[in-house]
Design a protein around this ligand. Structure first.
Ligand code: PGA
Length: 251
């Protein structure tokens, strides 16, 4: 049985005071609860250590990226290695978010290396994939995600050290979402691709999140789709009412 994962991606948002308040609000919601799902928050790197240092139970804390170099330290100005992220107290990291693939020209090869660095440092890598609007219109969604899975998921991935997040690029921050049929089709295809890459056992246990304009009003429906094992939430993770409104649909 795959436990659902409700994950927040804060992106480049929140200064110290508001960010720590938001993290505390999430931690408070989870404290002392036996929740039927896992919770993860990914604050910006500027707050990662401070958020991880707040006393909390159960909730995972992740970075939004790690360095690509295989070295854990060295002359890489501006980069933060997976080892450093782990050292701050993080449990997870996103890799290959579409904003990084687009704005920082990250290829599948780069994303795969980052995922591997994360796993080697003891972090769980949340590998993000998803087609663009043009690719969807051209009927290429399944080919694109299959290629991204093959190229971005390390061969050593397991259900413990890797999570997949399917985020159609055109659904991110736009308020648009795919139909539940489309989500089901892509998630099933991803599971099949994982099976050929990693074998039946690992593929059947690995969580596949849906991301892109998830909000309290559509969360129940999206999260009830077969093979959807949680949500990666951007905009709606910045307000505790919305983030928890989404999580509460799973209570
Ligand atoms: P969104 O972003 O929920 O604001 O669409 C999702 C994401 O980019 O992870």
């Amino acid at each position: 049985m795959r436990r659902k994962l409700i994950a927040g991606n804060w992106k480049m948002n929140e200064l110290k005071t508001e960010g720590l308040e938001l993290a505390q609000a999430v931690f408070d919601k989870c404290a002392g609860q036996k929740l039927p799902f896992d919770v993860l928050i990914c604050p910006p790197m500027s707050l990662l250590g401070m958020v991880a240092d707040l006393p909390h139970e159960v909730v995972g804390v992740g970075s939004q990226d790690v360095a690509c170099t295989t070295k854990s330290a060295g002359a890489f100005t501006g980069d933060v290695s997976a080892t450093m992220v782990k050292d701050l107290g993080a449990t997870h990291t996103l890799v290959g978010h579409s904003e990084r693939r687009t704005m920082h020209h990250e290829t599948d090869e780069v994303v795969c290396q980052k995922a591997l660095n994360a796993m080697n440092a003891g972090l769980t890598a949340v590998v993000c994939i998803g087609e663009t609007e043009i690719e969807r219109e051209n009927g290429e969604a399944l080919t694109v995600v299959a290629r991204q899975i093959k190229g971005s998921v390390p061969k050593t991935a397991t259900a413990d050290n890797c999570v997949i997040a399917y985020e159609p690029v055109w659904a991110i921050g736009t308020g648009k979402t795919p139909t539940t049929e489309d989500v089901a089709e892509v998630h099933t295809a991803i599971r099949q691709e994982l099976t050929s890459l990693l074998g039946e056992k690992i593929a059947s246990q690995m969580r596949i999140l849906y991301g892109g304009s998830v909000k309290p009003s559509n969360a129940k429906e999206l999260l009830s789709v077969e093979n959807v094992d949680g949500a990666l939430i951007g905009g709606a993770s910045l307000k505790i009412e919305d983030f928890w409104g989404i999580a509460a649909t799973q209570l």
